[in-house]
Write a protein that binds this ligand. Structure first.
Ligand code: 3HC
Length: 275
């Protein structure tokens, strides 16, 4: 099928790569050619890794299935995935431009209400959350989120498509942070509070969680990986929408965001990185 992915950042690029890997024709769109050039470089580097490991046979053929264009409205697709920045006003503007009422439109939002966003989609019955995890080509989960109006046929098709992409889909309801970020953000927040209280340093906290719980990354390392600004935004949604004190964004995190210490993408967060 033809799939349009809107948003060429880490998640959008990875999602486009996954669809192309499994034989779909993909249009990957973002606001500028320079962003799309970066997406193309990231996708080709990732495909090279996958082919070196024998996970995919012909990386060039996968690469050829992806068309990069800043104007996604020039194409009509059966399936759309919106993966732009986590701001309701930007997501709503993008969704509003999709005109095909018969297409399934999925959003990769990590915490914004599916039901709220569905107002801007061409057909709320065919609008759904399809939450991928970073890096999308490696991570096996898709959290499928039904909105108030999402119909049964759309849910079934998205569950089936997710399985056909080699993923395990899990259905959840439209609640702030769904399950993944509600549980994960509680962990990351507690790690930041523990750091503020001086119980251990960042490396100590992360080592405890990695070796003690067998997590691939410690919570602070993971916050840097996700982006401390994204973590801050998600905590704000959880705190405002659920009202629980346990999601109040830590001041340390707020200050890091103001200071531009966003994690891997800016070269510094809880740790320093080579850019
Ligand atoms: N493309 C292709 N291959 C990739 C890749 C990519 N984008 N990223 C990693 N890999 C491969 C590497 O080549 C490597 O392969 P190898 O083991 O055969 O050499 C393998 O994956 C492991 O990668 P690395 O050796 O670079 O490093 P790690 O062993 O630390 O693994 C990781 C990296 C897979 C990211 C692992 O650390 C991990 O699973 N971390 C946790 C990730 C996580 O929790 N993600 C979810 C975040 S939350 C989210 O996304 C939701 C949002 O709403 C906030």
């Amino acid at each position: 099928m033809r799939v349009t992915v809107i948003g060429g950042g880490t998640m959008g690029s990875g999602i486009a790569e996954v669809f192309a890997q499994f034989g779909h024709d993909v249009i990957l769109s973002d606001i500028s050619d320079s962003i799309l050039r970066k997406s193309e470089l990231a996708i080709n580097a990732s495909l090279k890794k996958l082919s070196e490991k024998g996970i995919i046979k012909e990386p060039e053929r996968v690469s050829e299935r992806i068309l990069y264009d800043t104007n996604f409205t020039a194409y009509d697709s059966e399936f759309y995935v919106e993966a732009v920045i986590e701001k309701p006003e930007i997501k709503s503007e993008v969704l509003h431009k999709i005109k095909n009422q018969n297409a399934i439109v999925a959003t990769n939002t990590s915490s914004i209400s599916i039901t709220m966003l569905s107002k801007y989609a061409p057909n709320p019955k065919k609008f759904i959350g399809m939450h991928f995890f970073n890096p999308p080509v490696i991570m096996k989960l898709i959290e499928v989120v039904s909105g108030y109006d999402t119909d049964g046929d759309t849910i079934k098709r998205v569950m089936d498509i997710s399985k056909s992409l080699g993923k395990t889909p899990v259905m959840v309801k439209d609640f702030p942070g769904f399950i993944s970020n509600r549980v994960l953000m509680a962990l990351i927040r507690e790690a930041i509070i523990s750091l503020e209280e001086g119980i251990s340093d960042a490396a100590g906290i992360d080592t405890i969680m990695k070796l003690g719980m067998n997590h691939p990354m410690g919570p602070l390392e993971l916050s840097d990986f996700i982006g401390n600004d994204v973590v801050y935004d998600i905590l704000n949604v959880l705190y405002n929408d659920l009202g629980y004190e346990r999601f109040k964004p830590p001041v340390t995190l707020r200050n890091m965001v103001y200071a531009g210490k966003l994690g891997r993408k800016t070269g510094e967060g809880f740790y320093k990185y080579d850019k």
